[in-house]
Ligand binder design. Structure first.
Ligand code: APR
Length: 166
């Protein structure tokens, strides 16, 4: 059973084995957290991502972390659902992102993983519902990961995730 923590900060500064980026299907990078991770990891991240793309919504794929500082060795790219009102399976796709990221972490032997608030930015997923899905899914997914850190980039997300953890 992993220990779950919530922190407020920039995921590119996390000291974990693997960080998760909220990508798009091309895995070539973008804005938001994906932009920050690609800037920190350098241009090889987009080359490696492009070579294993596409990554479907709810799926996750892994690449090396390239220029990201140790101990980060892996970037797990996951593609969240674009929020379209909630009646198109968005919640299940988001839950799948967390499940698949943990499964990929187990495949690569990562014992600590940092997650951003997947899909709650550009993709428009309501932050409160997304926080509930994130914490519940990680709690109920069997994994060898020992430490999961939810990295909030703003106070509201931090409060929502903290409330779900309480
Ligand atoms: N560290 C941690 N979290 C961050 C950072 C950062 N450096 N930068 C942004 N975030 C947060 C946002 O505040 C938001 O809460 O990540 C969360 C996810 O927002 P987005 O990055 O917009 O991701 P998403 O909503 O999943 O949209 C993905 O945006 O950047 C493009 O290529 C990406 O097309 C894809 C889409």
């Amino acid at each position: 059973m992993a220990t779950l923590e919530v922190v407020l900060g920039d995921i590119t500064g996390e000291d974990v084995d693997a960080i998760v980026t909220a990508a798009n299907e091309s895995l070539l990078g973008g804005g938001g957290v994906d932009g920050a991770v690609h800037r920190a990891a350098g241009p090889r991240l987009a080359e490696a991502g492009g070579a294993i793309a596409p990554c479907g919504p709810g799926d996750a794929k892994v690449t090396p972390a390239f220029d990201l500082d140790p101990p980060v060795k892996h970037v797990i790219h996951t593609v969240g659902p674009v929020w379209d009102g909630g009646a198109y399976g968005e919640a299940e796709i988001l839950a799948s992102c967390y499940r698949r990221c943990l499964a990929v972490a187990d495949e690569i032997g990562a014992r600590s993983v940092a997650f951003p608030a997947i899909a709650t930015g550009v993709y428009g997923f309501p932050a409160k519902q997304a926080a509930r899905i994130a914490v519940r899914t990680v709690r109920e997914t069997p994994t060898k990961v020992e430490r999961v850190r939810f990295v909030a980039f703003d106070e509201e997300t931090y409060e929502l995730l903290s409330a779900e953890l309480a």
